[in-house]
Design a binder for this molecule. Structure first.
Ligand code: TRP
Length: 385
């Protein structure tokens, strides 16, 4: 295998077709995408048109539940180990689209516990601080405040209550097989899968999780046990990784600043990073480029435009052809991307400022959030066996 994808590591050039087979998920078919369009009565967003989400579990059943009036709810999350970059926030923008179009509740779990446990260098104060910073970025995405609950595990300790029945259903041998735990794994991380699965039981409806595919192992465990607790197996829709500036392999890393654009980066930093670090498929000299053309398939700048920053399909295709034909130079594409990223961040940062009052301490202050702080564990989860 020349690439690795686990919840804690992504390396190499990921072959997404292979991952579908290896993980036992299903490809997101044109029929399902068409069905989504029909049910939402909307134009398809870029991330569905361009297959950013490429795989799923039971998404067909989610659509059916919606169509037949049973409804569903959304769940996603973030491990707060540092500043958020563009690759982190994109799935949240996509999640917003689902919430907006289907009008459903959304739960967002911030796993400061997980990050504290697995990062030797981090104290609880660090992970709490990053949780707060990250929540501001997440709130800036603009979810429906009345239908969204953002919570941090070390603070919303009720999550533990929901994790108890889950943890009773999962053996160490299963968890070890799924996550590769060893004798030297910390006991906190061995229990943690129960905590990450718990929000899928927040409602007695089907849960849909939009997230990068590296989180799928958790859902596999959840799906093994959900029905025995009287709940639905969770559904998931899997995203690809947004490539680092420096190449098409692996994913952007918060610990390697040259690979990522952070959401708090100033416009000038954006310019410098893209200009200096972005890998393109260009030729060595201008003459060669004019003569032979560039290779957009090997170009991170083109990938970023394709995945998020160029919503106009025609313009994207035109750019592809112009590059191939040598009519475009890499500098022109870089400048175009720089402007797009700067504009996106300008708006995001503005909304981040406005989000502050919404994130009192660490929670969204809408109706759903108030309800969740009052809520106790559902009766059926208290049953034995
Ligand atoms: N473990 C995830 C991370 O490290 C955080 C997370 C918790 C999550 N629950 C989730 C991500 C649900 C996606 C969906 O980023």
């Amino acid at each position: 295998m020349d690439f690795v994808v686990t919840p804690w590591e992504v390396e190499g050039l990921v072959d997404y077709e292979k991952l579908i087979k290896e993980f036992g998920t299903k490809p997101l078919t044109p029929e399902l995408i068409e069905k989504t369009k029909e049910l939402t009565k909307s134009e398809l967003p870029l991330f569905l048109r361009r297959k950013f989400f490429f795989s799923h579990r039971d998404y067909d059943l989610v659509l059916k539940d919606y169509e037949e009036g049973r409804g569903f709810f959304l769940y996603t999350g973030r491990g707060p180990s540092g500043p958020m970059h563009i690759g982190h926030i994109i799935p949240f923008y996509m999640t917003r689209w689902f919430q907006e179009k289907f009008g459903v509740n959304l739960y967002i779990q911030i796993t400061d516990d997980e990050k504290f446990i697995i990062k030797p260098e981090m104290g609880l104060n660090d992970t709490r601080r990053w949780a707060y910073e990250n929540i501001l970025d997440i709130a800036a995405v603009g979810f429906d405040p009345d239908r969204t609950f953002i919570f941090q595990n070390s603070e919303y300790t009720k999550i533990y209550e929901m994790a108890i029945p889950v943890s009773k259903k999962v053996t160490f041998s299963t968890a070890r097989a799924v996550f590769g735990f060893t004798e030297s794994s910390k006991i906190g991380i061995i229990f943690f899968p129960a905590i990450q699965a718990a929000p899928t039981f927040f409602e007695k409806k089907r849960c849909l999780i939009p997230a990068a595919i590296d989180q799928d192992p958790y859902w596999r465990i959840q799906r093994d046990i959900a029905e025995s607790l009287g709940y639905y197996k969770t559904a998931a829709i899997h995203g690809k990784f947004f490539p680092p500036l420096t190449g098409l392999t692996g994913k952007m890393s918060a610990s390697m600043p040259e690979t990522a654009i952070y959401l708090t980066d100033e416009p000038e930093i954006v310019r410098r990073k893209i200009w200096k670090f972005a890998l393109t498929g260009g030729q060595a000299t201008v003459e060669e480029q004019r003569e032979k053309g560039g290779n957009p398939d090997k170009c991170v700048v083109f990938k970023w435009l394709e995945m998020f920053f160029e919503p106009d399909d025609e313009k994207l295709v035109q750019r592809y052809e112009d590059c191939r034909a040598g009519r475009l130079l890499c500098g022109e594409c870089k400048n175009y991307l720089i402007e797009k990223v700067q504009a996106f961040l300008r708006e995001h940062q503005e909304r981040r400022k406005q989000a502050e009052p919404l994130v009192k301490k660490v929670k969204y202050t809408g109706k759903l959030a108030r309800e969740m702080w009052e809520r106790s564990i559902p009766e059926e989860l208290k049953e034995g066996s």
